[in-house]
Each structure stands twice: as structure tokens, then as C-alpha cells.
Design a protein around this ligand. Structure first.
Ligand SMILES: Cc1cc2nc3c(=O)[nH]c(=O)nc-3n(C[C@H](O)[C@H](O)[C@H](O)COP(=O)(O)OP(=O)(O)OC[C@H]3O[C@@H](n4cnc5c(N)ncnc54)[C@H](O)[C@@H]3O)c2cc1C
Length: 337
């Protein structure tokens, strides 16, 4: 009889693993604590490395159809709009790295991954609380009082991995003292105002990243990282206070606050008996934000080209702010600069 495998967590890592195993005829059962999947308002950058994995599980055509392939990643000064450097990400980069660099909505990626896993292999509303290692496998216990058994278990339960805690003991994560505010909004709300395809705005101690998340450029993602050491709640859905943020910072902020960014202490031991750690849950190294699932971007920055695209040469920060504010204000998302 084929061994049974339990994957804890139906995030990007857990679903990708289950899809890859399913493709090879190996059934794995995922246990996810959330009662349902929701489409979080957030984007994700898929580097060529990550795209090769999606290609391997047959998702490339679907992802290409929905995601946006930017010509480049531009970097700009926060106050003047000056282009400081530009990383090519279009056809040339794709030829060089053998796969595209794509920008997409997290919900679209999650949905695509979930479509590769038979629904009967995903058990929702199953929060793992205990693991009992026996000679003949692993007994799993869930918060709702139910239990299950598997020959092996994979921890794909994120940075606060319960499985990892059960293997390695309680650990603390280190707060970075920074908070990511994010939102997605319909591009129509920009009322024709041109933005870069993918841009990072660099301030002295904070940044904004903004890019399209759909192939037809009808949706925009906005995320920032701001120093806020006193805020320690960690969440993907906590709501920021606009008035509070406005009074403290001139920097651009979105409505959703992704909670305090954290790093897990480096560990050489994310493997235990019949268990394996994956993604943020099994991270063997402390990892900077934006690196967990794809691990690294396609390459280094290239020299400044002849001049910035017209869109921002004529639109320094206050004009960009005006348009983004207007757009997000109409969507009720509370984006402002
Ligand atoms: C603001 C921000 C921007 C980012 N941008 C990028 C980017 O552009 N590109 C990129 O590659 N990466 C990016 N990352 C990193 C990336 O999002 C993570 O590395 C990735 O989501 C980790 O995937 P995972 O499957 O390991 O964990 P998660 O996605 O955290 O999934 C863990 C799953 O396990 C479930 N779970 C947790 N505990 C239990 C339990 N006890 N029982 C059952 N289920 C449980 C959770 O509900 C969740 O569904 C970003 C991160 C942040 C915070």
C-alpha cells in the first residue's frame, strides 16, 4: 500500500507540493486551519525560478493568461520621481532565465494551485494542535477534536508553524519593526493616469511597491513597508487606521496592514523523523520579506537607461499621490500619500 502523507497548511507551499505529488500519482491530504479560501487583496511576484515550478505542474498557460509580465522593474526616488535604476523583466529576461517574471494577484495564484489538487484531498477547518510520533507513523490531532493518521507529515503551515514548534520546541520570531500596508484596486480608478508597470519608490526609511496584477492591467497592487516598531500584531487582515497613519507619516499607505513583519531564527534542523518543513514553516534560514516562496529575484540591477519613461518624469511624487489617492478613495480602500 502506498504510504500516506499529510501536509499541514494549504498556502502556496502546501498546495504546490500537493499538486506536484498528485501529478506523480502520489495522494497527499492537506489539512488547513481556515474554514474557506478567501481572495486576499495582495499581489505576488513570480520569479523565473518559481515559474519553472508552476510550469512543472502544468500551470504556466493559466498563469500567463491571468498574470502581468512587466517590461521592467523601475526604481524611483520617493520625492522627485527620478529613475535611479531599472531591472529589465520582459522578453529578454525571459530568454535569459528560461521563464517569465510575472506579477499577479495572490488569489489568482492560490486558485490556480488549488485547481491542481482534488478537492477531496483538502480538509478545511482543520487546525493542527498536536502530533504524536509512533512507530508506525504520525497521529494528528485537530482543534475541533478530530484526529487522523499518516505515515509522514510535511509542515507547510507558515512562519508560525505549529508542526515546527512540536518538532523543535517553542521558538520566537524577531519582529523587524516594520509593517506592510497593502491594497489592490481597479486600475480604472486611476482615471487614465499612467503608472510604471512595476515600480519601487524608495524613501529614506520606507518604500512603496506598486504594480499591475492582471494581464489586461485592470487591477493594481500597492504595498509599502514602514517602520512601526510599537505595532506587534501579526496578521494579513488587520485594518490600519488612516487618521493615525496620516498624522505620523507622509509616506503612502494602504488600508490593510499585514501585521508586523517577522523573521524566524535560522535553524539547521527543519527535519524531524518522518516530517519535513516547507516554505515559511520550514525555513532553514532567516529570510527577508518577499523571498519566502520564490526565494530570489531574477538577477541584479542594470545601469540606468537613457532617461525615465515619460510617465514619471513629468509626475513627481505629489502628482502621483494625488491620482493614487483619488483612485483609492473612490474604491473605498483608503489609499493615500
Ligand atoms: C507583504 C509580503 C509580500 C510578499 N511578496 C512576495 C512576492 O512578491 N514573491 C514571493 O515569492 N514571496 C513573497 N512573500 C513571501 C511569501 O508570501 C511567503 O513566503 C509564502 O506565502 C510562504 O508560503 P507557505 O506556504 O510556506 O506559508 P503560508 O502562505 O503562510 O501558508 C501557511 C498555511 O498554513 C495554514 N496553517 C497555519 N497553521 C496551521 C495549523 N496549525 N493547522 C493547519 N493549517 C495551518 C495557514 O492558514 C496557511 O494557509 C511576501 C510576503 C509578505 C508578508
Amino acid at each position: 500500500m502506498a504510504p500516506s502523507l499529510a501536509i499541514i497548511g494549504a498556502g502556496m507551499g502546501g498546495l504546490t507540493l500537493a499538486a506536484a505529488l498528485h501529478q506523480r500519482g502520489i495522494a497527499a491530504r492537506i489539512y488547513e486551519q481556515a474554514p474557506r479560501f478567501v481572495r486576499l487583496g495582495a499581489g505576488i511576484q513570480m520569479s523565473p525560478n518559481a515559474m519553472r515550478v508552476l510550469r512543472g505542474i502544468g500551470l504556466e498557460p493559466r498563469i500567463r493568461a491571468t498574470a502581468f509580465q512587466p517590461r521592467s522593474w523601475t526604481n524611483r526616488d520617493w520625492d522627485t520621481g527620478a529613475l535611479t535604476n531599472e531591472l529589465p523583466l520582459g522578453a529578454d529576461a525571459e530568454a535569459k532565465y528560461g521563464a517569465p517574471y510575472l506579477l499577479m494577484h495572490r488569489g489568482d495564484l492560490h486558485e490556480a494551485l488549488a485547481s491542481c489538487v482534488p478537492s477531496e484531498c483538502i480538509a478545511l477547518d482543520k487546525k493542527l494542535v498536536e502530533l504524536d510520533w509512533r512507530g508506525d507513523g504520525v497521529a494528528l490531532r485537530f482543534a475541533d477534536g478530530t484526529s487522523a493518521r499518516a505515515d509522514a507529515v510535511v509542515a507547510a503551515d507558515g512562519i508560525h508553524s505549529r508542526v515546527r514548534e512540536l518538532w523543535l520546541g517553542a521558538e520566537t520570531t524577531n519582529a523587524t519593526g516594520r509593517v506592510a500596508y497593502r491594497t489592490t484596486f481597479p486600475a480604472a480608478l486611476l482615471q487614465g493616469f499612467a503608472i510604471d508597470q512595476c515600480c519601487k519608490w524608495w524613501g529614506p526609511d520606507r518604500h512603496i511597491v506598486i504594480y499591475y496584477v492582471t494581464s489586461n492591467r485592470d487591477e493594481v497592487y500597492f504595498v509599502t513597508s514602514v517602520p512601526e516598531p510599537e505595532f506587534t500584531v501579526e496578521s494579513w487582515s488587520a485594518t490600519g487606521d488612516l487618521g493615525d497613519r496620516r498624522s505620523r507619516s507622509p509616506a503612502p499607505l494602504g488600508r490593510r496592514r499585514d501585521g508586523a513583519a517577522r523573521r524566524r531564527r535560522a535553524s539547521d534542523d527543519a527535519i524531524h523523523g518522518a516530517g519535513r518543513g516547507l516554505g515559511d514553516g520550514g525555513c532553514r534560514r532567516a529570510q527577508p520579506l518577499h523571498r519566502g516562496c520564490a526565494r530570489r529575484h531574477a538577477g541584479g540591477l542594470c545601469p540606468l537607461r537613457d532617461g525615465p519613461p515619460r510617465t514619471h518624469r513629468a509626475h513627481p511624487r505629489h502628482l502621483v499621490a494625488e491620482h493614487l489617492h483619488a483612485a483609492a478613495g473612490q474604491s473605498g480602500l483608503g489609499l493615500w500619500l
